[in-house]
Ligand binder design. Structure first.
Ligand code: 5AD
Ligand code: SF4
Length: 482
């Protein structure tokens, strides 16, 4: 996936929700990795709330400790391993406490955690959360429990997730699970299984519920949202055969976007992640048509070299990517665009690296997430290609692309100075308790004096200054969206 990395601050923090009075057991749940994991943890907390668990952010108080894990890079797995050591240290003092691993590492390492390492009581893969009530009973009876079966259907569409650590303003709504792309570096198709789309009606009803609770922004989530496709209902007798019916009644991503945008004209809509080869002009036109769909696309490129893109099994060339960027800029001139880039992929030459820098120069991304290549066991790249770029070169190249991105982010924030932007207030600014912080549609963080405004307000902000990543201004009034 091109998983957008969640706010660093939330990584590994135990997030909680309002307790239910009738619940007596305590769940401590920590999440690592992408937004999808954070969204999944809400599904898990929701399932366990029905099993008598309230959440706690005190590890020592927990009856059950769960960690939702990420396998995307070795570093992500190492952070989780450190946490497992910590949980086990606490467990030694409180032997009744049970520890479970969820998510991608659970799927990748399966019963190794139980049998060889003996560091957990329960292992649950991303498609097995509905089995948690049974699995928890097993561990409470003193037996190890494991379910890492991947599903072709599970979308958790019927679970209405609780919201963990929420500000009551922004929410994540998952629309697809899994990934069929098979980029050669990526472990996700192995840990999250085949791609499947969720019923649009269940997506709409989840968003309706959020709207009723006062939420102002939803992010539609999937490893590859542009390939969303739901084969809808319809009466068979109206069509010649099932496949004709499926085609006629299908909902694709741009149609889903229109459905959501029309149902909730005051709700801000974001989505992540887009894949260049699957992003259609229809999607871009739909974004342009509805003012409540934010003008921001997270469009990972991974490399600017067509040769490397081919080795990565990305289904696009440098030129096709550039064409897509040109189309976005033509249809939505003020669209924010962000990237993911991997540096030091096997066989990457200086020339390939320069291609990445020149592509960045062309796009001038608003922001991005850049990584050194990390070989993942079992992936096509690990099987076929030697991880041959020395660490020092990976590091050097990463520094160069990060530095260039910093320049471009500063260039982009400067473009907003003197302009008025609409900001949805999310929270207090990290640096000053006299300022609010929110984002403009392009997803650039904007801070301004609080005055009489409140979190959840849509405010027009006159941008007066900026740093490399943040806009600084003054509110000039509520926007029409309020
Ligand atoms: N090594 C480094 N980065 C990776 N990503 C995915 N797999 C790897 C890997 N093996 C990056 C990609 C993806 C983002 C979520 O993580 O850039 O878009
Ligand atoms: Fe993203 Fe490619 Fe991995 Fe799918 S295989 S999750 S598209 S990086």
């Amino acid at each position: 996936m091109e998983e957008k990395i969640i706010d660093e601050k939330k990584q590994g923090q135990a997030l909680t929700l309002e307790p239910k009075e009738e619940n007596s057991r305590k769940l401590y749940i920590e999440s690592y990795g992408c937004q999808m994991n954070f969204s999944d943890s809400e599904i898990v907390a929701s399932i366990l709330a029905d099993e008598g668990f309230n959440t706690t952010n005190k590890l020592e108080d927990a009856d059950l400790v769960l960690v939702n894990t990420c396998s995307i890079r070795d570093k992500a797995e190492q952070s989780v391993r450190k946490r497992l050591e910590k949980y086990n240290a606490v467990k030694r003092k409180n032997p009744k406490m049970k520890v479970g691993v969820l998510g991608c590492m659970a799927e990748r390492l399966k019963d190794k955690f139980l049998d060889e390492e003996k560091i957990v009581d329960m292992v649950v893969g991303p498609d097995a959360y509905k089995d948690l009530p049974n699995l928890v009973k097993e561990i409470e009876a003193g037996r190890d429990a494991v379910n890492v079966i991947l599903s072709k259907e599970e979308t958790y569409g019927d679970i209405s997730p609780v919201r963990l650590g929420t500000n009551g303003i922004n929410a994540l709504v998952s629309i697809t699970r899994g990934c069929d792309n098979m980029c050669t570096f990526c472990v996700v198709p192995f840990t999250r299984g085949r791609e499947r789309s969720r019923d649009p009606q269940s997506i709409l009803s989840e968003i309706q519920d959020l709207a009723e609770k006062g939420y102002k922004e939803v992010t539609l989530l999937g490893q590859n949202v542009d390939s969303y496709l739901w084969y809808g209902g319809g009466l068979k007798k109206e069509f010649k055969n099932a496949s004709e019916m499926q085609k006629a009644t299908a909902t694709n991503f741009s149609q889903l976007l229109s459905l959501v945008a029309e149902a909730h004209p005051k709700m801000r809509i974001r989505f992540s992640t887009s894949n260049p080869q699957d992003m259609t002009l229809d999607v871009i036109h739909t974004m342009a048509k509805y003012p409540n769909i934010c003008n921001h696309i997270h469009l990972p490129v991974q490399s600017g070299s067509t040769r490397i893109l081919k080795e990565m099994n990305r289904q696009h060339t440098r030129e096709e990517y550039i064409q897509l960027i040109d189309a976005v800029r033509e249809i939505i001139p003020d669209c924010g665009i962000s990237q993911d880039i991997i540096t030091g992929f096997p066989t990457e030459t200086d020339e390939d690296h320069r291609d990445t820098l020149s592509l960045m120069e062309y796009v001038k991304y608003d922001f991005g997430y850049m990584f050194k290549y990390s070989e993942r066991p079992g992936t096509m790249a690990a099987r076929k290609l030697e991880d041959d770029i020395p660490e020092a070169i990976k590091k050097q190249r990463l520094t160069e692309i990060v530095d260039l991105q910093l320049e471009h982010s500063a260039y982009r924030t400067h473009q907003f100075v003197g302009k008025t932007v609409e900001v949805l207030i999310e929270k207090e600014s990290k640096k000053s308790d006299a300022h609010w912080s929110g984002r403009n549609p392009q997803s650039t963080v904007t801070v301004f004096p609080k005055e009489h405004y409140r979190p959840g307000d849509f405010v027009l902000v006159q941008v007066e200054d900026c740093t490399g990543a943040t806009l600084i201004g003054n509110a000039i009034g509520f926007s029409e969206n309020n």
